[in-house]
Design a protein around this ligand. Structure first.
Ligand code: SAH
Length: 237
């Protein structure tokens, strides 16, 4: 998959050059290109924003540099879906990430200051918010979106890993433990040491259901409606 990000702060994307996302790029599963919006400004001082018509607070990212940037990227990646990061967008979630991970390419536009000229919405396929709060720019939302999508691309994580993550089938993840067996009197549940894989699967599923019921009644409601269809066959839940 190819992801193009348009921003006025290309220097803040270093988190995408670490850990799993870095490896995904090294393995050529993911290609990320960061475009500096100022390179598409035709003004002498590389200006990309201006005061809002009608007066009032803040600066607004202007149409032309963003239109030119998207047009340039689309010359080579005609199939890419164009996303505007915006607190007014559809709220990002795991299901959306899954759908986006199946696309050939994404172009993500990072707004800044007071936002972007409204006409930019005419070249955008969808608007995504990462939650009901307002950030200073679309750079962190873009990184959240890329990170979440990248780990779903085939070959990035071990085959089955994302299937057992929180939110898959409306369940939170089960509790995990690692060595030592006892730490300051806190013990690993016996079942995990039993070597009985069927029992372990049942226990994990039961824990996932129970913690979803306690922590996220909204998700649990959705899960109940599915009839718990992905429970291990022998599960008692
Ligand atoms: N005045 C705007 C907010 C602008 S914030 C409003 O009230 O709607 C500046 C930029 O940060 C936005 O253009 C967007 O790209 C990004 N941004 C801020 N909060 C965001 C969120 N919750 N999700 C996605 N992008 C966000």
């Amino acid at each position: 998959m190819r992801i193009d990000i348009i921003t006025i702060f290309p220097e803040i994307f270093s988190p995408l050059n670490a850990s799993i996302i870095k490896r995904a790029q090294e393995k050529d599963i993911l290609e990320i290109k960061i475009w500096n919006l100022r390179d598409f400004s035709r003004s002498k001082h590389k200006k990309v924003d201006d005061a809002p018509y009608g007066g009032g607070r803040g600066m607004v990212l202007a149409c032309e540099p963003i239109f030119l940037a998207v047009e340039e990227i689309k010359k080579h990646n005609t199939d890419s879906l164009t996303i505007l990061t915006s607190p007014q967008g559809e709220v990002f979630n795991q299901e959306m990430a899954k759908k986006l991970s199946e696309k050939k390419g994404l172009i993500i536009i990072c707004g800044h200051y007071e936002g972007v000229d409204e006409r930019i919405r005419s070249i955008v396929d969808c608007e995504i918010s990462i939650g009901d709060y307002v950030l200073t720019g679309g750079e962190l939302p873009a990184m959240v979106i890329v990170d979440c999508i990248a780990r779903l691309l085939p070959g990035v994580l071990p085959d089955e890993a994302p299937v057992y993550d929180s939110f898959f089938d409306c369940l939170l993840d089960w509790p995990c433990y690692t060595r030592p067996e006892v730490f300051r009197g806190l013990k690993v549940p016996d079942v995990l040491l039993s070597g009985n894989h069927q029992k372990i699967a049942q226990w994990r599923h039961k824990q996932a259901v129970e913690r979803t019921r306690q922590k996220r009644p909204d998700l649990y409601k959705k899960y109940s409606k599915t009839g718990g269809e992905h429970a291990p066959e022998s599960s008692s839940t």
